[in-house]
Design a protein around this ligand. Sequence first.
Ligand code: ADP
Length: 316
Amino acid sequence: MGTQRAVLARGLTKYFGDVVALDGVDLDLARGRIHGLVGPNGAGKTTLLGLLLGLAVTDGGSLEILGKRVGRMFAAPGGVAGFVDGPGLYPSLTARQNLAALAALSGKDTRTARTARIDQVLDEVGLTDVADDRARGFSLGMRQRLGLAAALLTTPRLLVLDEPANGLDPAGKKHVHGVLTRLANEGTTVVLSSHRMDDLEALCSEVTILASGRVRFSGPLSTLAGENGALDYRLLTSAPEAARRLAADTAGVRVVADAGAWRGAESLVVSALVPALDALVARLVRADIAVRELAPVVSPLEAAFLALTEQQEAAR
Ligand code: ADP
């Protein structure tokens, strides 16, 4: 059902001269989710986000946004907001004036209502203290937050952000993550690209991995672990030596010898698929060995991303 989805794309293609930026991309984005877009440089992320924002038109395939078929005209579909390549701001205007100029363009609401809304979005992104400073003096992180505030003015149902965490300090990141999570809880779909796997893992329920204009994976983060093949896991137990012997004796589990020290001799690193890892944990518990920590050395998303990059380098 198209109406249940924020984005439904089939076979999207986009060329720049001889360069194939998107090569038959399918994308299904459910409403009210935060969806991450990952891929090496040149993968086609910005091109895809640009299509969602109506900044470019496709050369092939079909695209439906918020239940409406996108035609071949350059136009931001209704209900969509966001930015690629950094937000467009007037450097000589203050943060508040930038937002006032945008709000006035929409022509909606009274001046008083617009002022109240501007105060509200400035507060949401944590820029109240610098509301009357000129955007010219803003850091990259502050500009990103002002761009997000501008997008919030329109109460979007689909929010599209290219590297929104660029230049953000931890406090800025906390604001932005808080805003995006609240929006998604209220039903807005958020699509964002990022090179920061930890941010994506903290924020997104689903990811799409793009490489050379093609989708390599698209789905819940939780299913990525199963896609990767064996991953390395760090295991901290109450009886390290006994745990090591059990691990070495469990089918499908390999003890990684050169894993390096981490908390001295207490920890060990094993390489396994999820079912073999489950079997090892069950055996440890049966042997009265407590599992104190178990986590992938490299997260499933990062592992998938690294594997892709290595494949690409090998193909060059
Ligand atoms: P990403 O955002 O993943 O780094 P892009 O979408 O920017 O990737 O680019 C995908 C491919 O399309 C790259 O090979 C890039 O060089 C090319 N490309 C993107 N925009 C243009 C453009 N305006 N003109 C020519 N080539 C472009």
